[in-house]
Every structure is written in structure tokens, then in C-alpha cells.
Design a protein around this ligand. Structure first.
Ligand SMILES: *Cc1c(COP(=O)(O)O)cnc(C)c1O
Length: 403
């Protein structure tokens, strides 16, 4: 009998007790709205913004309703005009083109390399063709492109960077945190990301004008003075009149459960990476299975793992996924022409202009993806890695057999 795994890939760890206690205190106070404060009280949301700004080494931070909302807010607050092109990676998840569309922009998709990062040659080509002023770079599945090389390309063409750090909260490139390279960075605290408030997001920036725009747009009314990780009132003189109120605030309840989680983020990175390396070492050295290269300068958060099933053909790949599933291991396949659950590819984003991305398509056709929840223990990841390896090798053997 071959072993199976019996856990869940969608089960998160419980919210820490300290966070629950804080949430209960907020509920007892009745003051859940971020601007509903008693005399001299600083709202949980404002405190969270201070703490996240400090963690990121950013001057300003705004907490808001979701990661997708944060991205659209960053684009609009940067000054994106209706119909403007926005560069982004073709390999990403649907909230990214969705945020560009929501901001009134037109996504220009850039090819992805076999190491799952944006292709800098194609980026340069598409900058030239589109004349875009901004790149919304999705650090998709936590893979960080050579940021030094990227910044050279962007500054050569005077293109601004906004980072989507949904999968790199807690990650770094060299000495610098992911999210500290561009004019703004966006984060998500949705359940499946690195901190869990159900829904939620952040925008961080050092630019006072961008942050003033973002605060007003997020729905501050004229209560922007209650923010702390925001610029002085002077920055709001025009911003408060020039920006619409597009309500998308965070509330004190969610902020209360996030603050204690931020303190655990760096420890959790180590816990994720121990799990990641356990699976990675079970898969290393299998012929026809390609793990993306992780550069020395990249400090990643291994909350998911990807590999290219080069040794399996398109007919066998779905079989491989099904066989892993039958043994309790939930892999996603980006090659599926039909969008499934959270996974979709650019062909199914029909609201954007169709684009030809042969290199990305070839990568996606072979790309397998697995969540690494902390709720599953390290020894279980040994079993999970073993199951994937066994099924992969079996599928390759079956393919090699004459029909
Ligand atoms: C989840 C996700 C987002 C957006 O997060 P939400 O909070 O769910 O809106 C953005 N980018 C990527 C790559 C994501 O996976």
C-alpha cells in the first residue's frame, strides 16, 4: 500500500490568542470604525500602519480593504490616467490585471522566464512599444527578479515601479525588503497570504503626494489627520479636493488581529522555509522535474512551491495531478486551459486585449504549484514530497512504455 497524506492544504493556523484578546477588546469598545476614537485614543488601524511602516522602513503606510484594492489605489494615487498602459507580468493571478482595469489602465503583459520572474528583455521591448510610465510588478509566488538589473532597465526608460508584494511580505533582495524598491508597494492580508485578517491590504510609499492621494481616495473624509503613518496636513491641501472618496478602509477589528501577527512574520518565514526546503529536497534531482533557481540575494518566504514538469507531456500532466490528488496532495496546474479555483492564465482574462506570450505559455503549460500552509508539520512535508516524487517518476515511466 502506498502512503497517502490526510491533511488540508487550505487550512490556516488559528489566529494567535493575543490577537483574539485584542479583537475582543475592540468589540467591547464598540469602536470598530477606524475614525471612531475616544479622546486622545489612537485607533488600532493607525497603530498597525505605524508598525507596518516601521517594519518596511517606509515613511508612510495605509491599511485598506484588500490587496487588490491597494494595487488599484496605488496606481490611481500615482496619477494613472484613463486608458494608460500599465506593464505587468503575464504570470500572475487575476487580481493584478483586475486592479489595473479597476484603475482605468490597460494591462500590457510581459513574458515570464523559466525561473518564474519577469523577462527583462521582453520588458524593455514592451516599454518601447507601449510607452507605459509604470510597471506593476507582481512578485508572483514569491519569486523575486534580479532587482538590481530591473532598476537599471526602469531608470534607463524613466518607468516607475509599483510592487505587488502579496507573496513577498517578509521577503528581501539583498539587504532591502521586497516592497522598498518602487514608488509604492502593495500587500495583502487575505487569508491565504502571510498575515491573515480574512481580507485586507496595505500601500506603503515614501512619497507624500502619493500617500495623501491614497488616504483621501481610501475614504478618509476630512479625518486624514487621524492617520499617523501619513504626511502632514500640508500635503492634503490639494489632495483632499482633487481625489474622490472610494471607500475601501480597513477597520479596527482586522487591524487588531494583524498587529500581533506582524510580530510573528519573521519567525513564520523561517517556519515556511523549513517546509519549503523539505519538499524541495524531495524533488531535487528527479529527471524531467525542474525547480526554479533561487538566487543568492533572494530571501524568500516559501509559502508555496513551484516546479516545471518538463518530463511529462500535456496528455500525462493532468493524470499526474489526479494521481497526487488521490494520495491527498493538492497540486495546481497552470497549464489547464480552463480557469480553476484561484488559478487562471491570461487567456481567460477576456476583458483585456488578447496578447501573444509564447514563452510564458510554454512555461505555464508545464507549471505545477502547491501551497505550503504552516498548519501542516515538517514531517508531513517529507511524505508530501515523497508522494509527488513517486507519482512523477511513475508517470514518466508510463509515458515511456510502448502503447
Ligand atoms: C492575492 C493576491 C493579490 C490580491 O490580494 P487580495 O487581498 O485577495 O485582493 C494580489 N496579487 C497576487 C499575486 C495575489 O496572489
Amino acid at each position: 500500500m502506498r502512503k497517502t497524506f490526510n491533511g488540508s492544504f487550505t487550512q490556516q493556523e488559528p489566529i494567535p490568542e493575543g490577537a483574539i484578546a485584542r479583537a475582543v477588546a475592540v468589540m467591547r469598545s464598540g469602536r470598530l470604525h477606524r475614525y471612531n476614537v475616544s479622546d486622545s485614543e489612537v485607533a488600532e488601524t493607525a497603530l498597525l500602519e505605524n508598525e507596518f511602516a516601521a517594519y518596511m522602513g517606509a515613511r508612510y503606510c495605509l491599511a485598506c480593504a484588500s490587496g487588490g484594492y491597494a494595487m488599484h489605489l496605488a496606481l490611481r494615487s500615482f496619477g494613472l490616467q484613463p486608458g494608460e498602459p500599465v506593464l505587468t507580468n503575464a504570470f500572475t493571478l487575476s487580481p493584478v490585471p483586475g486592479a489595473i482595469d479597476n484603475a482605468g489602465g490597460k494591462p500590457v503583459l510581459v513574458e515570464t522566464t523559466r525561473d518564474l520572474v519577469i523577462d527583462l528583455n521582453d520588458l524593455e521591448l514592451k516599454i518601447g512599444r507601449s510607452h507605459a510610465r509604470v510597471l506593476l510588478l507582481s512578485h508572483m509566488r514569491g519569486h523575486i527578479v534580479d532587482m538590481d538589473a530591473l532598476m537599471v532597465v526602469l531608470s534607463r526608460h524613466n518607468v516607475a515601479l509599483i510592487e505587488d508584494c502579496a507573496h513577498t511580505m517578509g521577503a528581501s533582495w539583498g539587504e532591502r525588503k521586497s516592497g522598498s524598491f518602487g514608488v509604492a508597494a502593495c500587500f495583502s492580508t487575505q487569508t491565504y497570504k502571510h498575515m491573515n485578517s480574512g481580507e485586507g491590504g496595505f500601500v506603503t510609499t515614501d512619497d507624500p503626494k502619493l500617500m495623501a492621494n491614497a488616504v483621501i481616495r481610501s475614504g478618509s473624509y476630512m479625518l486624514y489627520g487621524r492617520h499617523q503613518a501619513a504626511p502632514d496636513d500640508a500635503a492634503f491641501t490639494d489632495a483632499r479636493l482633487d481625489n474622490p472618496n472610494c471607500s475601501g478602509r480597513m477597520d479596527n477589528l482586522r487591524a487588531a488581529i494583524l498587529r500581533p501577527q506582524l510580530e510573528l512574520l519573521d519567525d513564520n518565514r523561517a517556519r515556511w522555509n523549513e517546509r519549503y526546503r523539505t519538499v524541495e529536497s524531495a524533488l531535487r534531482g528527479i529527471e524531467g522535474l525542474v525547480l526554479p533557481h533561487r538566487p543568492e540575494k533572494e530571501t524568500y518566504v516559501g509559502s508555496s512551491i513551484q516546479f516545471l514538469a518538463e518530463g511529462l507531456d500535456t496528455a500525462t500532466l493532468p493524470d499526474f495531478i489526479t494521481r497526487c490528488q488521490a494520495r491527498g496532495v493538492e497540486l495546481k496546474w497552470f497549464g489547464d486551459p480552463e480557469p480553476v479555483a484561484y488559478t487562471s492564465r491570461h487567456h481567460s482574462w477576456r476583458y483585456i486585449d488578447a496578447q501573444s506570450l509564447p514563452q510564458t505559455d510554454a512555461v505555464l503549460d508545464k507549471l505545477c504549484d502547491m501551497r505550503i500552509p504552516l498548519s501542516i508539520g515538517v514531517s508531513d512535508y517529507e511524505l508530501i514530497g515523497e508522494i509527488i516524487a513517486e507519482e512523477f517518476v511513475d508517470c514518466e515511466r508510463a509515458m515511456a512504455m510502448p502503447a
